[in-house]
Write a protein that binds this ligand. Structure first.
Ligand code: UGA
Length: 468
């Protein structure tokens, strides 16, 4: 095994890149982070550094590393410097969604060719290029092809390198905990040497040799992480298949919720009953307004796209996305049923972020719901504990309030879209106050956060998702 600490670089100081770099530095490795956005780089290089994303614990960890081990945790814009001083690079650049659902790999390609240029110029051998961004299966092969072409173009085909895949399984809001206490570490490699290198990268984590304590609490028993070594394509597919399967679970329970509504059953009970079977498991069976975020919608679409391209249209995935879109329309339907016309009605939207404990609005169901309400000429007032700014097209059309109560004042309905603790913690007295201040007292609880009977007793006209 290569000696530790290892010299590693991370390319792209976005959410995945920063978390990966900070956590790997915290377990003892030496890290160089490459960021080509000058504004972001400048923020990170300030003293103390300013982490430009919201992730509990990350600002503190980055500050601590910069203060205690500035030489071992650095930010730069030079891939050349990184390639010269390190033995492997984690590629963590964005893979946005292209027009027909495919992943746009422009940045991945650019990074691959820059690394090859740097390898040729600095005369490095055996460098390891590790994909960490979520990429379609066979991207590893494309990276290899691009790099080989660049090297051939410089008459340096003798420069050796290896490509690996090490998908991330970090969820926003719990990314640090997910990194330090993973369920599994998956590495797809081309050779034994690549596998050994990556095993030694993760060795301190697998052996729990670190001091970091999570901001929240961990379950009493946290299973030991499995280190799974596969070929590159399988590792790439594990990531796509995992995210798509989780999205499938959500669409499945949302579809079940709609059958529950039409048959008088309670989806919460159905999900509990299903989840007790360990083959199914209880998680990701929470019915609601559908999944959002930067990953699930994009990854499911990309997986569908690549499977079709490979000659096997995986249409179940298309259905997962369709159910998810329909779920939002059904929420609007519910509102329309309760209020009759939406035109000139005032709707208080509680929660904007795609899930609690983040300010991320990417793919947030709340935004689609708001746009649909505005199309129907409803007035929208919105409140979210973390979101301070709406996307440009909504800024002048939606009033962003300072509290849940303020949003609901004079409203005809509350539409709860993100299950923040702050809403769950509202006391009966507070809810009663809110109810008194409303014009009509409809609540559409699109995350089943409240107990229906509790809100009905308080005088609300309550509707959940798949609950009687
Ligand atoms: C997801 C995965 O959970 C991570 O494992 C993965 O690494 C990450 O994508 C990624 O590919 O980078 P994330 O998008 O941060 O993480 O959020 P999740 O907590 O998975 O939630 C996704 C969406 O599903 C949210 O809108 C949430 O409200 C919704 N959801 C989740 C439900 O509607 N019901 C559920 O039961 C669970």
């Amino acid at each position: 095994m290569p000696p530790t600490p290892l010299n590693l670089s991370v390319i792209g100081a976005g959410h995945v890149g920063l978390v990966t770099a900070a956590c790997l530095a915290e377990v003892g490795h030496r890290l160089i982070v490459i960021e080509n956005d000058p504004v972001r780089l400048d923020l990170l290089n300030q003293d103390p550094p300013q982490v430009p994303i919201y992730e509990p614990g990350l600002q503190e960890l980055v500050e601590k590393l910069r203060a205690d081990r500035p030489e071992d945790f650095r930010f730069t814009d030079s891939i050349f410097e990184a390639v010269e001083e390190t033995d492997a690079a984690f590629v963590c650049v964005g893979t946005p969604q292209g027009e027909s659902g495919e992943a746009d790999l422009f940045y991945v390609e650019k990074v691959a060719s820059s690394i090859a240029e740097a390898l040729a110029e600095r005369n490095r051998q055996g460098y390891l290029v590790i994909e960490k961004s979520t990429v379609p299966v066979r991207t590893g092969q494309s990276i290899r092809r691009v790099m080989e072409r660049v090297l051939a173009g410089r008459n340096r085909s003798e420069v050796s390198f290896e490509v690996a895949s090490n998908p991330e399984f970090l969820a926003e809001g719990t990314a640090l905990r997910d990194f330090f206490y993973p369920y599994r570490v998956v590495v797809g490699v081309e050779s034994e040497r690549g596998g050994e290198f990556l095993r030694s990268v993760y060795q301190p984590l697998l052996q729990r040799k670190f001091d970091w304590a999570p901001p929240g609490s961990l379950p009493d028993e946290f299973p030991e992480a499995e280190f799974l070594e596969t070929d590159v394509q399988s590792a790439e597919l594990i990531k796509h298949a995992s995210n798509s399967f989780l999205a499938l679970k959500i669409s499945f329970i949302n579809a079940v919720a709609n059958v529950c509504e039409r048959s008088g059953a309670d989806v919460r009970e159905v999900a509990r009953g299903m989840g007790l079977d360990p083959r199914i498991g209880p998680r990701f069976l929470h019915a609601g307004a559908g999944f959002g975020g930067y990953c699930f919608p994009k990854d499911v679409a990309a997986f569908h796209h690549i499977s079709s391209e490979l000659g096997y249209p995986f249409d179940l995935l298309k259905n997962v996305l369709e159910i998810n879109e329909r779920q939002k329309q059904l929420v609007i339907e519910k509102l329309r049923k309760a209020l009759w016309n939406l035109k000139a009605k005032t709707i208080a939207v509680w929660g904007l972020a795609f899930k609690p404990n983040t300010e991320d609005l990417r793919g947030a169901p709340a935004l689609d719901l708001i746009r649909s309400l505005l199309d129907q000429e409803a007035e929208v007032r919105a409140y979210d504990p973390a979101v301070r700014k709406l996307p440009p097209d909504l800024q002048d059309r939606v009033a962003l309030t300072e509290s849940a109560e303020e949003a609901a004042r004079g409203a005809d309905a509350i539409l709860l879209v993100t299950e923040w603790d702050e809403f769950a913690a509202l006391s009966d007295e507070q809810l009663k106050e809110i109810q008194k201040g409303m014009n009509l007292t409809v609540v559409i609880d699109a995350r089943n956060l409240f107990e229906p009977s509790r809100l009905r007793v308080l005088g609300f006209e309550y509707y959940g998702i798949g609950v009687p």
